[in-house]
Structure formats: C-alpha cells, structure tokens
Design a protein around this ligand. Structure first.
Ligand code: GRG
Length: 302
C-alpha cells in the first residue's frame, strides 16, 4: 500500500470517530460544541494517529480500527494544544491550518473552553472505549496523561514561553542548546512518543517499547527542527499559518544554528530514528510504511 493512501484512511477513520463521539454527547451549549468541532474539522495532517496505527499494525495482526479510540484521543489532545497555542497569551496567531484560529471565530473564552473540553474528553473517549481491554486502557491513559501533562508537553510549552525574547550572550550557546532541546523534546516529541508508545502497548508487544519510544523521540525532534525551518522558508499558503517565530522572538534551531545546520540536524535525527527500529520484527509492509512516514516528517512542505 502507498503511504498517502494509508494516511488518508487513518485520517478518515479518526475524523469519523471524533465527530461521532462529539455529536452523540449531550451538549447544553451549542457554541462550545461548534467551537470544538471547528478545530477538529479544520484539516490537520493527522500524523500522530498514523504513527500510532502503523506501530500497532507493525506489531499486531489486528486491524487499526480496534484502537481508533486511542488515536482519536491523541488527535483531540493535539488539537487542544494548537487552540491554546494560538491564543493571544501564547503565540497570538490569526491563522491555523489555513483558517482563522479558534479564538478569532469564537472569542478567547470559548477557545480556552474548547481546548479544555477536547483535552478532558480525550481521556473519556479512551477510558470508555468498548474495543480496548481494561488493563490496556489504563496503560494508555497513564502514558497519555504523562506525555501531555506538566512533565510533558505542557512543560515544554512553559519553557518555550519563558524563553521568548530573551537575549543570550555568546558564551551561553551550550546552555541555550540545552533549553531548546528540552522545549522540543517536550512540546513536540512527547505527543509523537505517546502515539508510538500507545500503539506498542495496545499491540501487547511491550518488548519493543524502548525501541519505539526512542524512535518517536528522534522523529519528534526531526519534526520540530523541520517546523522551525518551514517557519522561515516554507510557503505560508501551503503551511496555512503565518510564521510567527520571528515576531515572537522565538528560540529555534534556525535562529541558533542557521538554516543549513538545522537541515543537517533534522537529517541526523531521522537517521537515528531509522536505526531505532532496524531490528524490529513484524509486518514487513507496515515497517516500510513507518520508515516512509518518518522520512515524510523531514521532507514535508506543510
Ligand atoms: C495548557 C494553556 C495551555 C496550553 C498548552 C502545550 C501547548 C499549549 C501547546 C504545545 C503545542 C505546540 C504548538 C506544539 C508544537 C508542535 C507542532 C509543531 C505542532 C504542529 O503539528 P502538525 O504540523 O499540525 O502536525 P497539524 O495542523 O497538521 O495537525
């Protein structure tokens, strides 16, 4: 199977499941529901569900549909993080996925609540899943809450916020690099790690957990360096966002090392990631697709 087809199919089943879940829920407030659905249906790449599904199908002979509630949960948390990231108190962006950001349409208060709703409902969709075994659901929730929480994605975002506009002296380069590594590791890589880790746990092949966790860490780092590069040289139309790193005086690999070195760094992370899964035994076709997806992370244009 071709990778594009695989991603399209993954996107289709995850979007269907989230819409079905939110449409079935009793909502007293239609505006809140509209605001949540607006960002869910704004057209994300759905890379995290694809990583989760491929990890699962590489290690298990079962179909990805069995874990759709877990993939939906990861995308709901990812979408919440983008809604909050775009708020005036954070990156203050007007465009996301080529459309006005959530707060531009629904106002700041409703955008905060839409994010809160998606974050909390993510844990509900997974813990109430009838398709996933009880003990595996508990493991998945443990991983997801750890990676998304205050030692995970939120801690990366917090350090990112604290580093904005800081002026560093020439001698501080190694300290800045450490700060930047921490930000990328948590703000971006943690959710990709959760995707592969949960895919592995649900396949019940925990012996590969470490390999997949390290693979996803390297992919996450490659993903964020590529994001920093695209923020500078990417086609804003294709990206669907305005590129706000410079405006926000963001600390990025490009501002710290320059474009060429940043590109080499992304390639190095990719090489490390591919090594992490070299020895994995499983479905050969899915392994090939997982490697292609890893490559797409650094070769993408949006
Ligand atoms: C707790 C108030 C509060 C906010 C938390 C944690 C957080 C907000 C934000 C972090 C989210 C963030 C901006 C991470 C960077 C990762 C990144 C490059 C996201 C873009 O991911 P893509 O390219 O997006 O996969 P699409 O639109 O394709 O889904």
């Amino acid at each position: 199977m071709e990778l594009k087809k695989y991603i399209d199919r993954s996107r289709e089943i995850v979007e269907k499941r989230i819409n079905e879940y939110l449409n079935k829920k009793p909502f007293v407030n239609e505006t809140l529901k509209k605001s949540m659905l607006y960002s869910i249906n704004a057209g994300g790449k759905r890379i995290r569900p694809a990583f989760m599904f491929l990890t699962y199908e590489l290690l298990s002979s079962k179909d990805k549909k069995n874990i759709v509630d877990a993939a939906a949960a990861i995308e709901m948390i990812h979408t919440y993080s983008l809604i909050h990231d775009d708020l005036p108190a954070m990156d203050d962006d007007d465009l996301r996925r080529g459309k006005p950001t959530n707060h531009k349409i629904f106002g700041e208060g409703m955008a905060i609540l839409a994010g809160d709703g998606l974050l909390t409902d993510a844990f509900n969709i997974i813990s109430s899943s009838s398709a996933i075994k009880k003990n595996l659901k508990a493991r998945a929730v443990e991983i997801l809450s750890f990676r998304a929480g205050s030692s995970g994605m939120v801690s990366g975002q917090a350090l990112d916020l604290l580093s904005e506009g800081k002026i560093y002296g020439a001698k501080e380069k190694s300290k800045i690099k450490k700060t930047l590594d921490y930000i990328h590791r948590h703000k971006t890589a943690d959710m990709i790690m959760a995707s592969c880790e949960i895919g592995c746990v649900l396949s019940e092949k925990e012996k590969y957990y470490k390999n997949l966790s390290e693979f996803a860490l390297n992919i996450g780092l490659a993903f964020q360096v590529t994001d920093d590069i695209l923020d500078v040289i990417g086609d804003k139309k294709k990206l669907g966002k305005s590129g706000s790193d410079q405006k926000n005086q963001k600390l990025t690999y490009v501002t710290l090392f320059g474009l060429e070195k940043a590109k080499k760094m992304a390639d190095n992370f990719l090489t490390k990631a591919l090594k992490n899964i070299e020895s994995l035994e499983g479905d050969i076709e899915k392994k090939k697709l997982l490697k292609e997806l890893a490559l797409l992370v650094v070769r993408r244009d949006r």
